[in-house]
Design a protein around this ligand. Structure first.
Ligand SMILES: Nc1nc2c(c(=O)[nH]1)N[C@H]1C(S)=C(S)[C@@H](COP(=O)(O)O)O[C@H]1N2
Ligand SMILES: [Mo]
Length: 231
């Protein structure tokens, strides 16, 4: 009698163990499935293509997904809470601006084409603030001729101060009405209108006003024209 009862108990325990194990495995699989499809990092560009604008003032725009990612060290991921845009060199009041402080300036929108030396181009609606307005805040000193931009990946490039002022160049925080994703230069990319893609520095962290007219940025040191005019 005793014996029969205990073997029935053993059988019940085994059955419970089997079903709990099966349930556990199923939950594990379900969990795995969710985390794969929710991988925001990989799919963010694809998600943004569903909400970006595709046309501006009657002109068709390229997509955020039409860029070829070929940055020197791949995409950079900037923590916006600790982010500061440093403006220094030949200025009266050097500044370290937060993301919000940069965006407090008057904002502008413009359709500008980016042409890469590799032969592709994209027509994008950019939104951001004018460098002229940021320069007015810090006060550019006499003798400043070159504006040198530095990025978090060690990249750099430069443009004559006069070129930036003449073309009302901006740093953009949005493209096609959506905030730049990390791959596209979040928080800021220079909209180097009329200049080749390598002047369009992404992930800008520092802007230096300089009197050095011979400065050469990352690609400029490696044989690319410092003027970067589009033929
Ligand atoms: N910080 C940084 N900015 C950069 C680059 C880079 O490697 N690092 N590449 C430049 C080049 S060559 C081009 S064509 C444009 C657009 O590049 P993307 O398609 O990789 O965004 O970004 C420019 N800005
Ligand atoms: Mo490029």
């Amino acid at each position: 009698m005793q014996h029969t009862t205990s073997s029935r108990k053993v059988a019940t325990v085994k059955r419970i163990t089997f079903w709990s194990m099966l349930l556990f495995v199923l939950l594990l699989l379900a969990g795995c499935g969710t985390s794969t499809s929710g991988d925001a990092g990989k799919s963010s560009i694809e998600e943004l293509t569903k909400v970006e604008v595709t046309e501006y003032e009657g002109k068709d725009l390229s997509s955020i997904a039409d860029f070829r990612e070929n940055s020197i060290k791949g995409p950079q991921y900037i923590d916006i809470d600790s982010y500061r845009l440093k403006i220094d060199g030949l200025v009266e009041k050097p500044a370290e601006l937060t993301y919000e402080e940069v965006l407090d300036n008057k904002q502008y929108k413009k359709l500008v084409t980016l042409n890469c030396v590799e032969g592709w181009s994209v027509d994008i609606l950019w939104q951001g603030v004018l460098l002229k307005d940021i320069f007015a805040e810090v006060g550019v000193k006499e003798g400043a001729k070159t504006v040198i931009f530095y990025a978090v990946d060690g990249y750099s490039t430069s443009l004559p101060l006069q070129t930036i002022l003449d073309r009302n160049m901006m740093i953009a925080y949005k493209m096609n009405d959506v905030v730049l994703p990390p791959e596209r230069g979040f928080p800021f990319q220079l909209v180097a209108e009329d200049k080749l893609g390598y002047k369009w520095i992404k992930w800008i962290t520092r802007i230096e006003l300089s009197d050095d007219v011979n400065y050469r940025g990352y690609w400029e040191q490696r044989g690319f024209s410092n003027d970067a005019a589009i033929d």
